[in-house]
Design a protein around this ligand. Structure first.
Ligand code: UTP
Length: 265
């Protein structure tokens, strides 16, 4: 998979007042911005073209991923170039495209802004404010996509009481432990939470929520243009994914560890 699309244009209201000055995607975890880890995760599955969706006030993200020849020259002159070694190793072989999202109309709209970057190719989508602790699901998702041709979403089990806050899906687990989906709903009412079943058709106790990583075929862009605004008046990615599910089918892969959403304090 050559392309990774990373939405990082959100308002970050849950992280105010800090996000007035610092994009939440640049909050450090283990000494590096969240987004540095996210780009490294995309690179690990072969993505070399990185499209980052930005908005006004988030220029610091572009600065972080841009080469500063004056700084490098100064570090060289002062015997300190080694402090940039991890950054330089990450940047090796990557090209960046900066995509503008003029209005913050939700995740679906941010993805729609990446249509010309995708240019008819499938893309890995990684939310810019979320890292995967304990391993990335992207490798198995790309493998599952190559095998089936279906879009893929990472999922994590959540209690049914929490499921009402998330985008959730239902379907059936196959012999490889992956899921074939048959329903998707954004923030369902508690009596409408979709059911996930095991290989023998037995219902699983937990609900399954979307977990910040996707492999999407280009069909999603047409769906994003066609759907009306959904929950909260935002263009909901879940609604567009449900259209893709109907047209083509959709798979899911459970995350191996824990999702860390840095956008919440
Ligand atoms: P979130 O919904 O967590 O981000 O989106 P947000 O809207 O910034 O959060 P709050 O609710 O205001 O605190 C997940 C990812 O999608 C991006 C965000 O930057 C984040 O990395 N996003 C979200 C966009 O690029 N555009 C949007 O319109 C919304």
């Amino acid at each position: 998979m050559a392309k990774a699309l990373i939405p990082a244009a959100g308002m970050g209201t849950r992280y105010l007042p800090l996000s007035k000055a610092v994009p939440k995607e640049l909050i450090p975890v283990n000494g590096f911005p969240v987004l540095h880890h996210v780009v490294a995760e995309a690179k690990a599955v072969g993505c070399r073209e990185i499209g980052i969706v930005l908005s006004e006030g988030k220029e610091a993200i572009r600065t972080y991923f841009s080469e500063d020849s004056e700084l490098l020259a100064w570090l060289d002159g002062n015997g300190k170039r080694h402090v940039m070694s991890e950054w330089e190793a990450l940047m090796e072989g990557l090209t960046f495209r900066w995509i503008d999202q003029p209005e913050q109309r939700g995740l679906g709209d941010a993805i729609a802004c990446g249509e010309s970057f995708a240019d008819g190719d499938p893309v890995c989508v990684l939310l810019g404010d979320t890292i995967m602790e304990g391993g990335s699901p992207l490798g198995p998702m790309v493998a599952h996509y190559r095998k089936s041709g279906f879009s893929q979403v990472a999922v994590e089990p959540v209690s049914r009481s929490k499921a009402v806050r998330y985008g959730v899906c239902g379907g059936v687990r196959d012999g490889d432990g992956n899921f074939q989906l048959n329903r998707m709903v954004e923030k369902p009412l508690s009596e409408q939470i979709p059911m996930m079943r095991d290989e023998r058709g037995q219902p699983l106790q937990d609900a399954y929520a979307f977990a910040a990583r996707y492999v999407l075929t280009p069909t999603v862009f047409g769906a994003l243009h066609a759907i009306p605004p959904g929950h909260n008046g935002e263009v909901q990615l879940t609604d567009a994914m449900a259209v893709v599910l109907e047209k083509e089918g959709f798979g899911a892969v459970a995350i191996p560890g824990r999702r860390l959403d840095v956008g919440t304090r």
